[in-house]
Every structure is written in structure tokens, then in C-alpha cells.
Design a binder for this molecule. Structure first.
Ligand SMILES: Cc1ncc(C[n+]2csc(CCOP(=O)(O)OP(=O)(O)O)c2C)c(N)n1
Length: 346
């Protein structure tokens, strides 16, 4: 794969260490979530992006704070890389009233409007039209903001992806379509679900560039994303960015991993995007030593531990208050109740 243009994220000490911090934060946050599930302290299901940290980090570091993202069911990394705070994020996953969505969204439906995160999404491909719609709004309002849609390889087989890609192309919308190609949907491989060799080449059908990068190389992702974002902001329309990566863990909690070999998983673990970037910093970044990266690791460990502690101590979301703060609550009423009369809609 082509060398990323300079300057990379690893080019200077402050940027390099900040990037490393984001990578480790995504990794350690998800390890903590995995542990809380295993101990029966977190409920529902969740999808880990361990092994895929470089795509979220590389793309979001190419964005301005007020740019927008739409995420997926595997969205913890996107949320953190877009600047979410760990305590309300962990609280959301633990169904606490102090969570980003007051505990109603959980892992798959976190939104963080203040940081431009339009939300994770349990519907495969569902975030693509949302990001494209947001990009249309930015174009109309002339805000100069760009929207990014994150999605998996499986989502590119969905109608929603193709319709949204076409509209983004003909209207030259300021959107970047970021596919995290981790080789599988739930258990079905890309080789068996697509008759084309790469996701990137699908862009040709709509008349915009498709770029394939090593999605485990945060510098390479950042370089390609920077170019795509600049193109979008300049009014030249969308880019499809395919980040080739791998999830180390199963699809979700119920995955028995029967569709891939131990060898394949080991091969990809050797391409760990986090320790790979760490090594690059120590070997090539001016002024970064082993003690600096160790300090980042320690600080992240403490921040995640603290987030778990604070979130666990927070009050639980109250099911009796489920319809509160929902503007549409008046249109949806449990059978036999009148939400308007009972005053639950605010
Ligand atoms: C419209 C829709 N179809 C099916 C599902 C069930 N489902 C949840 S995740 C998933 C696989 C998605 O694969 P991909 O888009 O490659 O993302 P990844 O899980 O690999 O990150 C499926 C089929 C769903 N949630 N929504």
C-alpha cells in the first residue's frame, strides 16, 4: 500500500502522543467493557472494535471539532475519537441516568451532539443516509462542515449505502464514506458476499474516488482522510475510504468464532495498530522515548478505571421515566394509556 504523505501523526511529539492516547483509550475502554460484560455487570449486547482502533483515530483526527460523524453498532472507537468523555460514555453503557442518552441508548445508540456525533446505529447501513443528509444540510446552510459516515463492509451490500452514495455524488455533498473493512459481516466473509475484490472500487459506480488504505496504520488512514475531508470541504464531493482492518474479538457477545481460524486471528493480532504506532513513535518521532509512551499507557489506564468507578456509582436510569425528554413521546403510547393526558411527554 502507498506510503502516506508527510507530515504524519507520528511526525511531532505532541500530535504523536495525543494520537497514541486516543488509540490506547479506545483499546482500554473496550477491554473494560468486555470485562464488565463477563462479570455480568453490563447487560444487552455489545460489539467491540479491538484491532480496528486506527481507522476511528486516523479519520477523526482529520476532522474539525464541529464536523459531524454518524457511527455504527461497533461505534465505541468513533465516539471516543470524536472527543466523547469517558464517564458519561461508560455510564450510558451501564444504563445510568448520567449517560450521554440518559441510559436509554446503550452501546449501540450513543449520540453526542455537542461533539458532532450524530449517533451510533443498530441498523446496518443506517448511518450512511443520516451522514449524507447531514452533509446536505451543511451544504445548504453553508457551514463549511463535513460529515463522515463510518460503516462496515457488510453495510456496502445494503440499498441504503448505494442510494446515499448516489445522492452524495450527484449533489457533490461534503461527506466522506469510511468503510472499516474487517473482512466479515457477522460471520459471512467479503469474499463470499461480494463479487468485486475491494470495497473502494464500488465508488467508480457513482463517479467519485475510492481509496484503499492499510486500516491498521493510523498515519496512512489520517493521510487519506485528510485528503478526502479537504476534497469534501472544497465542494468537490464525496470520497469512499476503505480501511482494511480486522476485529480481534467475535462479532458480538454471542459469537463462537467458528468461521475463521486461530491462525488468521493471530496473523492480524501481529499487525496491532496500537503497539505498531507506539513503536513507530519511539523509533522515529523526535523527542519521544519509552518513558513517554509508558506514561500515556498509565494515564489511560487510570482514566478508564476512574470512568468505570464513577459510572458505576451513578444513579440507574429509571424505567418509569422512559418517555421523558422524548419529543415524539406523545405519538407513541403504550396500549391503554394516554401519554398526553398522563403528562409523560415533555
Ligand atoms: C439492516 C440490518 N440487517 C441485519 C442486521 C443484523 N446485523 C447486525 S451487525 C451485522 C453485520 C454487519 O457487518 P458489517 O457491516 O461488515 O459491520 P461489522 O460488524 O463487521 O463492523 C448484521 C448482519 C442489522 N442490525 N440491520
Amino acid at each position: 500500500m502507498p506510503e502516506p504523505p508527510r507530515p504524519p501523526l507520528s511526525g511531532d511529539r505532541a500530535t504523536g502522543l495525543a494520537t497514541l492516547r486516543t488509540l490506547w483509550t479506545v483499546r482500554r475502554f473496550e477491554e473494560a467493557v468486555d470485562d464488565l460484560f463477563a462479570r455480568g455487570m453490563m447487560h444487552g449486547t455489545m460489539h467491540l472494535s479491538i484491532g480496528q482502533e486506527a481507522s476511528a483515530t486516523g479519520v477523526c483526527s482529520a476532522l474539525r471539532e464541529d464536523d459531524l460523524i454518524a457511527s455504527t453498532h461497533r461505534g465505541h472507537g468513533h465516539c471516543i475519537a470524536k472527543g466523547a468523555e469517558l464517564v458519561p460514555m461508560m455510564a450510558e453503557l451501564l444504563a445510568k441516568d448520567t449517560g450521554y442518552c440518559r441510559g436509554r441508548g446503550g452501546s449501540m445508540h450513543i449520540a453526542d451532539a455537542a461533539r458532532g456525533n450524530l449517533g451510533a446505529n443498530g441498523i446496518v447501513g443506517g448511518g450512511v443516509p443520516i451522514a449524507v443528509g447531514a452533509a446536505l444540510a451543511q451544504q445548504r446552510l453553508r457551514t463549511g462542515r463535513v460529515a463522515v459516515s463510518f460503516f462496515g463492509d457488510g453495510a456496502t451490500n445494503e440499498g441504503a449505502f448505494h442510494e446515499a452514495a448516489n445522492l452524495a455524488a450527484i449533489w457533490k455533498l461534503p461527506v466522506v464514506l469510511v468503510c472499516e473493512n474487517n473482512k466479515y459481516g457477522m460471520s459471512f466473509s467479503t469474499e463470499r458476499s461480494m463479487a468485486v475484490a475491494t470495497i473502494a472500487e464500488r465508488a467508480a459506480a457513482y463517479g467519485f474516488p475510492g481509496v484503499r488504505v492499510d486500516g491498521n496504520d493510523v498515519d496512512a488512514v489520517h493521510a487519506a482522510a485528510t485528503e478526502a475531508v479537504a476534497r469534501a470541504r472544497a465542494g468537490e464531493g464525496p470520497t469512499l475510504l476503505e480501511c482494511v482492518t480486522y476485529r480481534w474479538k467475535g462479532h458480538s457477545k454471542s459469537d463462537k468464532n467458528l468461521y475463521r481460524t486461530r491462525e488468521e486471528i493471530e496473523e492480524w493480532r501481529a499487525l496491532d495498530p496500537v503497539t505498531r504506532f507506539e513503536r513507530r513513535l519511539v523509533e522515529a518521532c523526535p523527542g519521544v522515548g519509552e518513558e513517554d509512551v509508558a506514561a500515556v499507557r498509565d494515564a489511560v489506564r487510570d482514566a478508564v478505571r476512574d470512568a468505570v468507578r464513577q459510572a458505576m456509582a451513578a444513579p440507574d436510569a429509571d424505567p418509569a421515566d422512559l418517555l421523558g425528554d422524548l419529543p415524539a413521546a406523545v405519538f407513541w403510547q403504550p396500549v391503554g394509556t394516554d401519554a398526553r393526558r398522563e403528562g409523560v411527554a415533555r
